[in-house]
Each structure stands twice: as structure tokens, then as C-alpha cells.
Design a binder for this molecule. Structure first.
Ligand code: SF4
Length: 191
């Protein structure tokens, strides 16, 4: 398409804080071919591995493109009958779950009364969580209600699952919580 300097300035000025690219788009120019080409270069020679978006119970199908041991892209799988290659904004950002310099990779612990966090060993943290869970459960366990009804529960622990836990993990997790008497169990995936 032909875009005069006057047209370009008119549209970019009209867009206020608009960018030059935004102006071009406003004039009807499409960036789709450039985007498609960049995407094609990114995934050229990559191996595609079918998977599922972990964020919610819709379970949209994805394709994970891998080069060697590196994930280079994640997108919707067009073969899926229910998401047909699309992903919602959360699903479209799954790549950043894996490739993200801000991802926390060490266990941090803040001691009671301390103002800062310190890095601790995973083994130590697991033991500490288990110890506090057991103590809280034992200290607050209710076997029977005043009317004699057997409940075997603790009202002192609340289990909150994360959005990126998959179905299998959630299933095992809720079995564990119910097994020790926790009844307040919630999860974004609504299992
Ligand atoms: S979070 Fe979005 S992309 Fe992921 S399964 Fe749910 S609807 Fe699909």
C-alpha cells in the first residue's frame, strides 16, 4: 500500500501516544506476514511435542517446540477439537513459565521476626513444612463434634492449589489433605 508522509503523520499524531508501527497499522498496513515469518524462523527445525496447558480445567491442547534441550516456543495445537489452535492470554504466556530470568529457583525462608529472606536447602524446608503441618494438625484435631458426630478433621489448615499444578498432582494432593483431616481445600482448577 502507498502511505504518504502526510497520512503517516496524521494517523500517528491522532493516535496520541501511538508508535510508528501503530500508525502503520492504523493506515491499514498489516504486520501479520512479518509476524508469521518471524515465527516460522523461530520454530524452523524445532521438534513439536504435544502437551496440555496447565492453567485451568479447560485443558487446551498445545504444541511445545523444542530445539535440543531448549523450549523455543509454545502455541495452541490446531488439531484440538475444542481450542482449535487458540489459547487465552494466560495460556499464550505459558512459554514464560519455562523461560523466564525472574523465575525463582531456590528455596527462601524468612525466620520468625526476621525482616529478610535467606536461601535454605530443599530437604531442610520439606522437613520443616512436614513438622509444622503435623504439629498444627495434632494440636487442632477434632475427632467428634459436641453432638457425638464423628468428623476426624482439623479446621486449622487450609490447602490452596496453584493454577499450574496438573490434574494428577491435584488429585494426589487433595487425597493427601483429606487423609490428614483437612477439609478446607481450594484450587483454581476446581477439581
Ligand atoms: S488457561 Fe486458557 S489456554 Fe489454558 S486451558 Fe484454560 S482456557 Fe485454555
Amino acid at each position: 500500500m502507498q502511505v504518504s508522509r502526510r497520512d503517516f503523520l496524521r494517523v500517528t499524531a491522532g493516535a496520541g501516544a501511538g508508535t510508528a508501527i501503530g500508525g502503520l497499522v492504523g493506515l491499514g498496513a498489516t504486520l501479520a506476514p512479518a509476524r508469521a515469518q518471524a515465527q516460522e524462523l523461530r520454530i524452523r527445525d524445532a521438534k513439536s511435542v504435544p502437551s496440555i496447558c496447565p492453567f485451568c480445567s479447560v485443558g487446551c491442547a498445545t504444541l511445545i517446540q523444542v530445539k535440543g534441550d531448549r523450549i523455543v516456543n509454545i502455541e495452541g495445537d490446531p488439531r484440538s477439537p475444542h481450542n482449535e489452535g487458540t489459547l487465552c492470554p494466560k495460556g499464550a504466556a505459558i512459554y514464560q513459565l519455562h523461560v523466564n530470568p525472574n523465575r525463582q529457583t531456590k528455596v527462601l525462608h524468612r525466620k520468625p521476626g526476621a525482616s529478610g529472606w535467606e536461601v535454605v536447602e530443599l530437604e531442610w524446608a520439606m522437613d520443616r513444612v512436614a513438622e509444622l503441618t503435623k504439629k498444627t494438625r495434632d494440636d487442632t484435631f477434632i475427632e467428634k463434634l459436641p453432638n457425638g458426630k464423628l468428623v476426624n478433621m482439623t479446621p486449622a489448615i487450609f490447602a490452596l492449589g496453584g493454577a499450574t499444578l496438573d490434574n494428577e498432582f491435584n488429585h494426589v494432593c487433595q487425597k493427601f489433605w483429606r487423609g490428614i483431616g483437612v477439609v478446607a481445600i481450594e484450587n483454581q482448577a476446581r477439581i
